[in-house]
Design a protein around this ligand. Structure first.
Ligand code: NAG
Ligand code: NAG
Ligand code: NAG
Ligand code: NAG
Ligand code: NAG
Ligand code: NAG
Length: 284
């Protein structure tokens, strides 16, 4: 006997199915807690040819921390929240997910010495506790986001040895806690912001970061690097200089010959006036 379900139970089923349908329609990464969204999306954006992240399983993202203990390689926890991500030198590829910004308690992000490509997500500016950003020795491209200046606690910005381009944002000079800044060996260009080269305020004439922070960028110029160089000689200017100096030496030697002729002529005249053999006459 298949008795029909009582009314309240049937309604419960309908509501449950409706909720399930809604959940299934949600894009991945949505409706997750902050740290879970961060880890889930970061894992998705990375490739891991050496299987270093084998214990980064979706099941552990929902509760990556137990108080101060983390269950995931490279994750450090503080009071149940992810507070350091250190995945240096693991052979990781792929890109840096902008959803890393969902790890809102993050204090240190170190993805250095991997093969990461793509841009530095400007969304990182939402990490208001971020003190250390080390993305050095990857293949990152695009600009240095000026929004990083919103991470007021930044102590360390290490972006050396990437393919970053464009200028160094002036705003970064306003990060007063910055004690390490390294953008060497990229493709950056333009003037070095004065507030990164020199201290601010009373000590404005004192250097802040030295040339080793900036070397290896062909387009960067200004203290502590040399001033803007001539942008190399164009073909046109080389031709112009060649023609110009050719013409000049022609004129000069022509003048020299004229003067010499004049002098010898006068000497010859003087000699003949004295009835002597004009030994200074040129022989033809
Ligand atoms: C994941 O790997 C790290 C480092 O090897 C280890 O400390 C941690 O206990 C592992 N977690 C799990 C859930 O296996
Ligand atoms: C990854 O694996 C390759 C090939 O097995 C190896 O050459 C390389 O050193 C490994 N990289 C890291 C970072 O472990
Ligand atoms: C950033 O990471 C690289 C490679 O792991 C390391 O050599 C460097 O010292 C780090 N930078 C800072 C400022 O700690
Ligand atoms: C920055 O410091 C250097 C070295 O002390 C000094 O020569 C230069 O004039 C300073 N630049 C500015 C704009 O104060
Ligand atoms: C540049 O500064 C770094 C520390 O900020 C220091 O280790 C290095 O010796 C300095 N280099 C020069 C050439 O002054
Ligand atoms: C749950 C959550 O915080 N989601 C955010 C994760 O980061 C992306 C990109 O910054 C945001 O769009 C989400 O709202």
């Amino acid at each position: 006997m298949a008795a029909p379900l009582p009314m309240p139970l049937r309604r419960g089923w309908v509501v449950g199915l409706f909720l399930l349908a809604v959940l299934l329609r949600l894009p991945p990464g949505f409706a997750k807690s902050d740290d879970e969204a961060c880890l889930y999306n970061l894992r998705r954006s990375l490739t891991d040819p050496n299987n270093s992240l084998r214990n980064w399983t979706a099941a552990s993202f929902a509760a990556p921390c137990n108080g101060f203990t983390s269950y995931l390689l490279g994750v450090t926890c503080n009071n149940g929240r992810v507070y350091k991500l250190g995945l240096s030198g693991l052979g990781l590829g792929g890109t840096i997910s902008p959803h890393v910004a969902n790890c809102t308690n993050l204090q240190s992000l170190d993805l250095s010495a991997n093969q990461l490509a793509g841009p530095i997500p400007p969304e990182l500016s939402a990490l208001l506790n971020l003190a250390v950003l080390n993305l050095s020795s990857n293949r990152l491209t695009g600009p240095i986001p000026p929004q990083l200046a919103l991470c007021a606690y930044l102590n360390v910005i290490d972006l050396h040895s990437n393919d970053l381009s464009g200028p160094i944002p002036d705003q970064l000079g306003l990060l007063v806690r910055l004690s390490t800044f390294d953008v060497s060996y990229n493709r950056l260009e333009g003037p070095i912001p004065v507030l990164l080269a020199n201290r601010s305020g009373m000590a404005a004439a004192l250097p802040r970061f030295n040339a080793s922070s900036f070397v290896g960028n062909r387009g960067l110029y200004g203290y502590p690097l040399p001033p803007m160089r001539g942008k190399g000689l164009s073909v046109l200017s080389i031709v112009a200089i060649g023609l110009g100096s050719g013409l000049l030496s022609l004129v000069l030697s022509f003048t020299a010959v004229c003067i010499w002729l004049r002098v010898t002529e006068r000497a010859a005249m003087m000699a003949s006036e004295e009835g002597k053999i004009p030994h200074l006459m040129p022989e033809y």
